[in-house]
Design a protein around this ligand. Structure first.
Ligand code: SAM
Length: 174
């Protein structure tokens, strides 16, 4: 399954840390790319540094506008899953979403325009209480892949963690 993430409504400067965390979760939980409107270039550098150390080829694409990006992805055959606390229960749609070949997961930052709800194939909630795009994204990606994302390796890693119940065990230059 190909998964990409679209973040809309980034609040300039204030949101840098959250945006970085959305990108880190997308990468660690099996997405291949995050699309977002112009943000602090340091976010790209951070993700690029994480790729270099921990492997993989996760991409950050800076887009001109979410409308165009959404339309292009739909043309490319992506089903669109918009995360919103007003959406359907995730347990009711996770199986259908998990069977999609290509999925674009849309997360907001502040109020999301009505158009996004209308364009989405799934409006899906990780519980019906407000929390965060970071947590909602993690829950969705885990539910649709049923944990398989954590079994995959990240090619070209300089460091690899050997899971351990007692302290840190890290292989270098693997
Ligand atoms: N007040 C905003 C609204 O009405 O859209 C919510 C802003 S919230 C801080 C930012 C994003 O987190 C939302 O756009 C949504 O993608 C995600 N989010 C927050 N709680 C969620 C939930 N319970 N289920 C799914 N997504 C959620």
């Amino acid at each position: 399954m190909e998964i990409e993430v679209l973040r809309i409504g980034q609040r300039l400067v204030r949101d840098d840390r959250v945006t970085t965390h959305v990108a880190l979760v997308a990468r660690a939980f099996g997405a291949s790319k995050i699309l977002m409107t112009e943000v602090n270039p340091e976010i790209r550098d951070t993700i690029s540094g994480v790729n270099q150390t921990w492997g993989g080829d996760f991409k950050v694409e800076i887009i001109d506008g979410w409308r165009q990006a959404l339309a292009e992805k739909k043309r490319d055959g992506y089903a669109v899953a918009h995360l919103s606390m007003y959406g359907e229960k995730i347990g009711d749609v996770q199986e259908r979403m998990g069977a999609e070949e290509r999925l674009l997961v849309v997360v907001g930052a502040e109020k999301v325009p009505r158009e996004v709800y209308d364009e989405a194939d799934y409006n899906v909630a990780a519980g019906s209480q407000p929390h965060s795009e970071v947590s909602a994204l993690a829950v969705l990606l885990d539910r649709i892949q049923q944990g398989a994302q954590f079994e995959r390796g990240f090619a070209g890693a300089k460091r690899r963690i050997v899971p351990s119940g007692s302290g840190k065990n890290v292989e270098q230059n693997c």
